[in-house]
Structures are given as structure tokens and as C-alpha cells.
Design a protein around this ligand. Structure first.
Ligand code: MN
Length: 230
């Protein structure tokens, strides 16, 4: 069974259940427990989770008034984990903060506060998943994300998602492509084109494990992780 490393966070149960129901075996990794390279030697895939803001000084900006740091050490640890996973072609799914960590780790930057920095932005900090989602996203044709969600999207290109973020990708890291945007232009997903599964979404698919609504994302990760076992 594919072992999936999951970084520490405050809502672990949803991530654990999402991975289990996709057929993977979650392995919780705590900041500083081991060097990222050693952790990755023992797993088949990585899941980067939600949480606080990435320290803006890590992408050359001064922190905005709304900055709320993640747990001590998470930025450096998770950025190293992301870089190592990409360098070693280890399948990676990054969610919310995880997507932001991945982008910064690979050289990208972030919008620090959508409400004050994106004119005309939709509400992206919607506390509870609602029927119909917080907003829609337009998924890029031909992307891995589009393939993963093909049975999910009635028209083949629109998905309704939940949304609990006030930051998003600004300049996307070199080698990555935007694969979903919301109607206000906010980046909602990105991936690294190529044979290795490196997929990131800004919404929270793990909240839906009871209904399986975004199960395809976790199944994609687990399948990719299984695929690289000898
Ligand atoms: Mn959103």
C-alpha cells in the first residue's frame, strides 16, 4: 500500500481519512522529526496541508498587516520537503497553504491578502462548505487536474469548490502552470506538467471525505504513488 507523508496541521483527521479512502496509508510527519530527504526515502507520496501564511520574507516581501504565521518551523520544513519531492519525482498533492508553500519553495510569490489586494475579488474566506460551494473555478483543458475531475464537472471545465484562504499564488514558479482560476482571476490550482504527479489546489478537497466529492484528487496521488513502487 502506498505510504503518503502528511505534514502536521490542526485538522489532521480530514487529511487522514481522505488518504485512507483513496487506498493510501497516511504517515504523519512532524516538523523536525527527521530530515526531509530521509522522510522521503521512506514514503511513496507527499501531501502538503493547509494552515497559516508562509512568511513573506521568504519571497522577498514585507509582511502585510493580516499576516498570520504558521506553526514554528513549518515554512522551512515544508518548503524543503516540497523541493526534495519535486527533485526526486515523488508524487505530490498540495492543498491550500500547501500550494502556497510549493509555489514559494519553487521560486514563486504570493498575493498576501486577497480582499485588500485583488480589486473586485469574490469571497474566498468562507468558513463552512456550502451546498454549491463558495465559488466556481474554471479548469484548464488538457491539464492533469482536468483529467482527474472529468467525471466531477458537468460541463467539463467548471467545478464548484469551497474556499478558506486569504492568500493565493501571484507569480507562479518556473516550470508550473495555472490549471484553475476563479472568475475574479485568483489562481485556484497549479501543477507541474510532465510524467510526475505534482498537483496543487487552493480549495479544501479533504473536507469532503464523507461524500467523496473530490476523492479523485487523493486517488490520483495514491495511484501515482503506487506507480513508483518497485
Ligand atoms: Mn477560493
Amino acid at each position: 500500500m502506498a505510504l503518503i507523508a502528511i505534514g502536521q496541521n490542526r485538522k489532521m483527521e480530514d487529511y487522514l481519512e481522505s488518504v485512507r479512502r483513496a487506498g493510501g496509508e497516511p504517515v504523519e510527519v512532524v516538523v523536525g522529526a527527521d530530515a526531509p530527504a530521509r522522510i522521503l526515502a521512506g514514503v511513496d507520496g507527499v501531501l502538503l496541508t493547509g494552515g497559516g501564511d508562509v512568511d513573506p520574507t521568504l519571497y522577498g516581501e514585507t509582511p502585510h498587516d493580516t499576516f498570520q504565521a504558521a506553526e514554528a518551523g513549518r515554512d522551512e520544513f515544508e518548503m524543503a520537503l516540497a523541493r526534495e519531492a519535486v527533485a526526486r519525482d515523488i508524487p505530490l498533492l498540495a492543498i491550500c497553504r500547501g500550494m502556497q508553500v510549493l509555489n514559494v519553495a519553487m521560486g514563486g510569490t504570493l498575493i498576501q491578502d486577497i480582499p485588500s489586494q485583488v480589486p473586485g475579488a469574490l469571497a474566498h474566506s468562507v468558513p463552512q462548505p456550502r451546498a454549491g460551494g463558495a465559488h466556481e473555478v474554471w479548469v484548464a483543458q488538457g491539464s492533469r487536474l482536468s483529467e482527474l475531475l472529468k467525471d466531477h464537472m458537468g460541463d467539463g471545465e467548471t467545478a464548484h469548490v469551497n474556499s478558506r484562504h486569504h492568500q493565493s499564488v501571484k507569480d507562479i514558479a518556473t516550470g508550473f502552470e495555472v490549471t484553475a482560476t476563479s472568475p475574479d482571476g485568483v489562481v485556484e490550482a497549479m501543477e507541474k506538467p510532465g510524467p510526475t504527479f505534482v498537483v496543487a489546489v487552493q480549495w479544501h478537497p479533504e473536507n469532503f471525505w464523507r461524500t467523496g466529492e473530490f476523492r479523485e484528487l487523493f486517488e490520483g496521488l495514491v495511484q501515482a504513488a503506487n506507480g513508483r513502487k518497485p
